[in-house]
Design a protein around this ligand. Structure first.
Ligand code: ZN
Length: 270
């Protein structure tokens, strides 16, 4: 019998918490929901990944900084939250590139992952994204917090299904999704300590501290220009020059608002 030694060896084995990847789509919101999510995460020393839209990043650039300051990761959720599979190739690319450039304009990193709105993607879309250095990220648990007819307790039930390596889909704002936060906050208080919440490794990127606006190219031609020309092999861009080279290769110009950063900061169109 090895009761004594077996007990000792078991005690020496360190318990590793299951890793759960919390993700929040559709932000950053302009009605305070992003900040509340960040507060809950900070209280529990939890990291998450925010799949933001270019339109909302444009309207709330300071929230992008708050997300990054909290140690969280960003993912590309397209400019206008359209259905990517119904768009032409150059429109798909423009949705993704414009979102990346608004994040850059807000002082964020070059993103390297994307999540298709509504999960509406296919091989063609994924290939375009990959050529822009964006890997597809899905989810394994849909809390259905987007469905106003779902009982809040059902959201809690979905959260309780979390296990090691789960990717949990939730949403950031608007205020109509307030109940998401209430349920999430309570779940974190009750059971959150049993998990280790981390940002998705595929989305993590170092933050680019600053860049000169005159590094950005002038708007040279219409967005309608095609990317059907020969495209480079998939390469994850790491620096502004690399991104600009990639944009040039695709003959796609930056939005004029990105070139003139001051106009982004004063814009509230979205
Ligand atoms: Zn979405």
């Amino acid at each position: 019998m090895c009761v004594l030694f077996c007990t000792l060896s078991q005690a020496q084995v360190q318990y590793k918490k299951p890793v759960v990847y919390l993700t929040f789509d559709d932000g950053p919101s302009s009605d305070g929901v992003t900040e509340l999510i960040l507060d809950v995460l900070a209280r529990h020393n939890a990291k998450a990944t925010f799949f933001v839209t270019g339109a909302r990043a444009r309207a709330n650039p300071e929230k992008i900084r708050q997300i990054l300051d909290g140690g969280h990761a960003l993912g590309n959720h397209t400019l206008s939250h359209g259905r990517l599979t119904s768009l032409f190739d150059h429109q798909v690319a423009q949705e993704l590139i414009d979102t990346n450039t608004y994040i850059l304009a807000a002082g964020g990193p070059i993103m390297n992952c994307f999540r298709a709105p509504f999960g509406d993607t296919n091989r063609r879309v994924n290939d375009i994204a990959l050529r822009l250095g964006l890997r597809k990220v899905g989810w394994t648990i849909d809390t259905r917090d987007w469905d106003v007819f779902v009982d809040p307790e059902q959201i809690a039930v979905q959260l309780e299904d979390s296990q090691n390596q789960s990717i949990v889909l939730m949403h950031d704002g608007p205020k109509s999704r307030w109940r998401t936060l209430q349920v999430f906050s309570r779940w974190m208080e009750d059971t959150g300590h049993t998990y280790s919440f981390e940002a998705l490794p595929d989305c993590a990127q170092p933050v680019i501290e600053s860049y000169a606006s005159n590094d950005l190219p002038p708007r040279t031609e219409s967005v309608a220009s095609t990317i059907k020309t020969a495209v480079p092999s998939p390469v994850v861009v790491q620096t502004i020059p690399q991104l600009l080279a990639k944009l040039k290769a695709y003959k796609i110009s930056l939005l004029p608002e990105v070139v003139a950063q001051s106009s982004i900061k004063s814009s509230n169109q979205f």
